[in-house]
Design a protein around this ligand. Structure first.
Ligand code: 4LM
Length: 392
């Protein structure tokens, strides 16, 4: 049956029990290689003349189920699974650029993406610059003859700034430049960049897609031709692919994505409102807050504001660390999107590799904390935050 609704696709797309002895749960094809019935079959598969599996770095049935599911969720043609979010980012950026090219980036990116961009500049002379992407003319003038990719996070980790995806996609089309969006913070339930005109959407699947803090993985979706090209080049030859077991865990976690996201969003909204009122808090960055500078844009391109809140504590780094250390229920950990509420200090953790000057330019102060709101009762999460804030 051809389904269209997101909540149904997250459970069914990519798997047909009838093809697997009626097994409700998909099988894990835990194999490295596939047996050919003849030398000619092997040769035909390598030549691309015959469909069929060859070797699990190229393709694996459990991983392929997940790739089909994420493609349906992002409303794209072809999905690819990677061994981590960074494996997806690097395969895509290296696949779309060559020496001398330029990448135009949103005003901030995850710390390791920043590190990758620096590495690409130092080793391969692929330059980049960061841009607020607030103004159409300013974006046009930031594009030069060498720009071959526009790379965006929205919301940006951890400042929560947004980029108007349909506006950037429209401008990029004038120049025939692909727009790549890291959709990790929203998940495809809240935001679908391909529907807004972007070309490739990617995820750290480690986060909301998994939802249970037990997988490191990456997923990407785009047009058949472009994704097949990446599959046959930087994915296959650099080789950062996903294991069948991790694909199975993701197929399982994804089934509850919409239900989990609703709860993450509800909890986060309540906590953002309470944080704003607390005298020990300087400012709260949450796209669902009506005082958030891009509140209108959040409403335009996202179904809901997500489960991440960043906030600045009054004081300095030491006060921020004191606050974290006094928490009892909330765990001090990087990563996000899990059932457990997690807190981290971007300046010394996820964005520690970013030089101070760039970090401050991105809006990441020493007092900024990022809260990944979990699925616990919001009253208990707030109780923990309040007792710690009151103790400062
Ligand atoms: C974190 N983030 O923020 P893998 N894209 C975005 C991310 O936030 C991350 C990745 C890619 C965090 C990890 C410690 C927007 C990661 C990279 O970790 O390679 O799956 O994803 O806490």
């Amino acid at each position: 049956m051809d389904t269209k609704r997101f909540e149904t696709d997250v459970i069914h797309k990519g798997y047909n029990a009838e093809q697997h002895n009626g097994s409700l749960a998909p099988p894990i094809f835990q194999t490295s290689t596939f047996v050919f019935d003849s030398a000619e079959t092997g040769a035909a598969r390598f030549a691309g003349e015959q469909e069929g599996y060859i070797y699990s770095r190229l393709s694996n049935p459990t991983v392929a189920m997940l790739e089909e599911r994420i493609a349906a969720m992002e409303k794209g043609e072809k999905g690819l699974a990677f061994g981590s979010g960074m494996a997806a980012v690097s395969a895509i950026l290296l696949g779309l650029t060559k020496t001398g090219d330029h990448i135009l980036c949103s005003e901030g990116v995850y710390g390791c993406t920043f590190g990758l961009l620096q590495l690409m500049e130092e080793k391969y002379h692929i330059t980049h610059n960061f841009h607020s992407m607030n103004d159409e003319d300013s974006i046009r003038s930031a594009i030069n003859d060498h720009t071959t990719v526009i790379y965006i996070e929205s919301p940006i980790n951890p400042t929560m700034k947004l980029v108007d995806l349909s506006m950037v996609a429209r401008i990029a089309k004038e120049f025939n430049i692909p727009v790549v969006v890291d959709n990790t913070f929203s998940s495809p339930y809240l935001q679908r960049p391909l529907e807004l005109g972007c070309d490739i959407v990617l995820h750290s699947a480690t986060k909301y897609l998994c939802g249970h803090g037990d997988v490191i993985g990456g997923l990407a979706v785009g047009k058949q031709e472009l994704m097949s090209h990446l599959a046959m080049t930087t994915q296959k030859d650099i080789g950062g692919v996903m294991s069948p077991f991790d694909a199975w865990l993701l197929l399982r976690g994804i089934k509850t994505l919409p239900v989990r996201m609703d709860r993450h969003c509800d909890n986060a909204k309540k906590l953002a409102d309470l944080l704003k009122k607390h005298p020990a808090v300087n400012r709260v960055l949450y796209p669902g807050d009506s005082d958030f500078p891009q509140y209108e844009l959040a409403n335009k391109q996202m179904l809901n504001a997500g489960g991440l809140i960043s906030f600045e504590i009054k004081g300095d780094k030491v006060v921020a660390q004191k606050f974290m250390n006094a928490l009892r229920l909330i765990k001090i950990a990087v990563s996000l999107g899990d059932a457990e509420t997690l807190i981290q200090h971007p300046a010394t953790m996820t964005h520690a590799v970013v030089p101070e000057e760039n970090r401050l330019q991105m809006g990441i102060s020493d007092q900024l904390l990022r809260l990944s709101v979990g699925l616990e009762a919001w009253e208990d999460i707030w109780g923990d935050i309040e007792q710690s804030l009151d103790s400062l």
